[in-house]
Design a protein around this ligand. Structure first.
Ligand code: ZZB
Length: 258
């Protein structure tokens, strides 16, 4: 899978994260790194998810930058030459996802430029970087999780203000309008992020509808079809230095056993 890695600079650590990580970066700028298949939706980021039970590392990428992601992703990045020197993995610290929640980050391409790290039940340790940037306008999983968090902030141990940003219209589709994911979630009567089977179906529909029938409502390529804009948005983000190509090498054997 060819993902786009999105760099989300830390603006302010949550207290528990600060305790573990603050003096570990050796003066490097620290970024959460999310892997996405939908770079054209990044204007609509409203928060970013981690798995509370997952382990994350702080990895030196070069002299100037450090990334937060899973060890597995750092290993992939090392082999892909994203880390200098190539193949070298230097883990500066380890932290559990729960402690990252509440950290404020800069979402460079988003209409809301600062967002929070929030918990999601269904973050897979075996996919991407373990960091999932959230676009509730176009991702049913993200939309439903955001609704769950708003319904039960105490249960999820979050401050309600961290989940306060509403979905932002980014792409218009003929069948579902300007907020495709919320419309599909409603149509399929999805109630919670635990409805994983329906959410998988919703994701499939949202991918197809967005890619084949979507039109950009915002950004540099406003008015263009998603099919045209997708690759141009990606290129522009990569040129800015805040995104990079990230490939997922493993086949089904590894992802099953992990
Ligand atoms: C932003 C985004 C916006 C995404 C959207 C999707 C959509 P797939 O298709 O199953 O391979 N993701 C990335 N890493 C993880 C992880 N470790 N655990 C759970 N989810 C993860 O899924 C790829 C997508 O799943 C990625 O693209 C990411 O969310 C999420 F509007 O990034 B995406 C209809 C989907 N729309």
């Amino acid at each position: 899978q060819e993902y786009t890695g999105i760099k989300l600079e830390v603006a302010e650590w949550a207290p528990a994260a600060k305790e573990v990580l603050a003096d570990k970066a050796g003066g490097r700028t620290v970024y959460f790194v999310a892997a996405t298949l939908r770079p054209e939706t990044m204007y609509g980021q409203t928060n970013c998810f981690v798995g509370t039970a997952l382990k994350y590392g702080l990895f030196a990428i070069n002299d100037k930058e450090a990334y937060i992601c899973t060890y597995r992703a750092a290993r992939n990045m090392a082999y892909q030459g994203i880390i200098t020197p190539r193949g070298h993995i230097e883990q500066l610290a380890e932290i559990e996802g729960a402690k990252l929640v509440g950290t404020r980050i800069k979402a460079a391409f988003a209409i809301n430029p600062e967002v929070y790290i929030l918990p999601m039940d269904n973050v897979l340790a075996t996919k991407g970087t373990g960091v999932v940037t959230s676009v509730p306008s176009d991702s049913p999983d993200d939309y439903q999780t955001l609704m769950d968090l708003r319904k039960k902030p105490e249960f999820y141990k979050i401050d309600p203000s961290w989940a306060a940003i509403d979905p932002v219209p980014v792409i218009s589709t003929p069948t579902y309008g300007d907020l495709t994911a919320p419309a599909i979630v409603k149509q399929l009567k999805i109630q919670s992020q635990k409805d994983t089977k329906q959410l998988a179906e919703a994701k499939e529909i949202a991918y197809k509808e967005g890619f084949y029938n979507g039109t950009m409502l915002v950004g540099e390529f406003k008015g263009e079809s998603v099919q045209e804009a997708k690759i141009k948005v990606r290129e522009s983000m990569i040129n800015s230095g805040l995104a990079f190509a990230y490939a997922e090498p493993e086949g089904f054997v590894l992802s099953r056993s992990a």
